[in-house]
Design a protein around this ligand. Sequence first.
Ligand SMILES: NC(=O)c1ccc[n+]([C@@H]2O[C@H](COP(=O)([O-])OP(=O)(O)OC[C@H]3O[C@@H](n4cnc5c(N)ncnc54)[C@H](OP(=O)(O)O)[C@@H]3O)[C@@H](O)[C@H]2O)c1
Length: 328
Amino acid sequence: MQYHPFGNTGESLSRIGLGCYGMSGAYGAADEDEAIATIHLAMDLGVNVLDTSASYGQGHNHRLIGRAVRDRRHKVFIHSKTGTIRTPDGRSAAEGSGTPERLREMCETSLQNLGVEALDAFCLSRVDPTVPVEESVGGMARLVEEGKTRFIGLSEAAPGTVRRAAAVHPLCSLQFEYSLWSRDPEGGHIAVARKLGMAFIAYAPLGYGMLAGGLATAAAVAGDSRAKFPRLQGDNFERNRVLVEGLIEIAATLRATPAQLAIAWVLSANPDVFAIPGCKSRRHLEENLAAAEIALDDEVLKKLDRLFPAGAAAGDRYPPDGMRRVNL
Ligand SMILES: NC(=O)c1ccc[n+]([C@@H]2O[C@H](COP(=O)([O-])OP(=O)(O)OC[C@H]3O[C@@H](n4cnc5c(N)ncnc54)[C@H](OP(=O)(O)O)[C@@H]3O)[C@@H](O)[C@H]2O)c1
């Protein structure tokens, strides 16, 4: 495993962390025993950061992680997001999710569900367009003062917003979708995080499973939360699958799997970026962690750049209402 200083926290964290979202039923059925075994194996293999959110499984993810780390809390950095509000029709909404009152409630509920005294990082899932970011971050800073979280961070925030927020209180991390087919953070997000002493965390480095090569047709995600993603639908899926075939070919020349190559690309393209591939089984975990050992030379990096130039993916990364809530 490779380790790197996590922003200005003084912590050295594994460059591959474990994304726990899928363990609460987002991508197919959840299996709690396998999920807990996966978290334990991850820690045994050197992973010391878990990514989660108050909204994953409406508290299920936190209760699961709480059980898994009960006897090893001091060995893992819990990076937990605030979650967004659920509307009565089941959609998630950023509006109203960033008030200091709600953030306090989410933090306290998270501590209860996790069964821990403090979070390591409490991260604003989405900038609330109805609340100035200074106000949200001011509320989160009070939680730091009260010892409810050690650090705070942002997710899907635009560079200018990150600067405004960091002027209120130091931030430990910026989390943003970043992968071979989602290259927006190269437009300033990684740079602003670096400049402000924050860790940049690449979420969905496997393109929600697509870049891992295991999704052969759009029908594979029909029953789960990914069915709403434009890139995994209809013609877009077919066009994106051609890119994945190219990735599979390059991976074969390296005796690697496409998942390993996709993760190795995130780590190689930026030596200080963290990746949090999500998985809910030990089999995928072991495969993914081996990516830390794969060094990509310039020739491979150039091949991947040619295959995935900016904008190569067909379709937006989220449906229209999701796109309105990102990069704010
Ligand atoms: N800040 C945000 O807004 C935000 C948004 C989304 C996600 N996240 C965080 O980022 C983490 C990662 O993102 P994600 O889980 O959504 O997407 P991802 O990491 O790009 O992909 C996860 C998918 O890839 C599959 N997979 C994993 N390893 C594989 C392998 N070796 N071979 C084949 N398939 C494999 C997983 O299946 P299995 O589960 O069956 O292994 C799962 O369906 C999440 O868990 C969450 O913590 C943050």
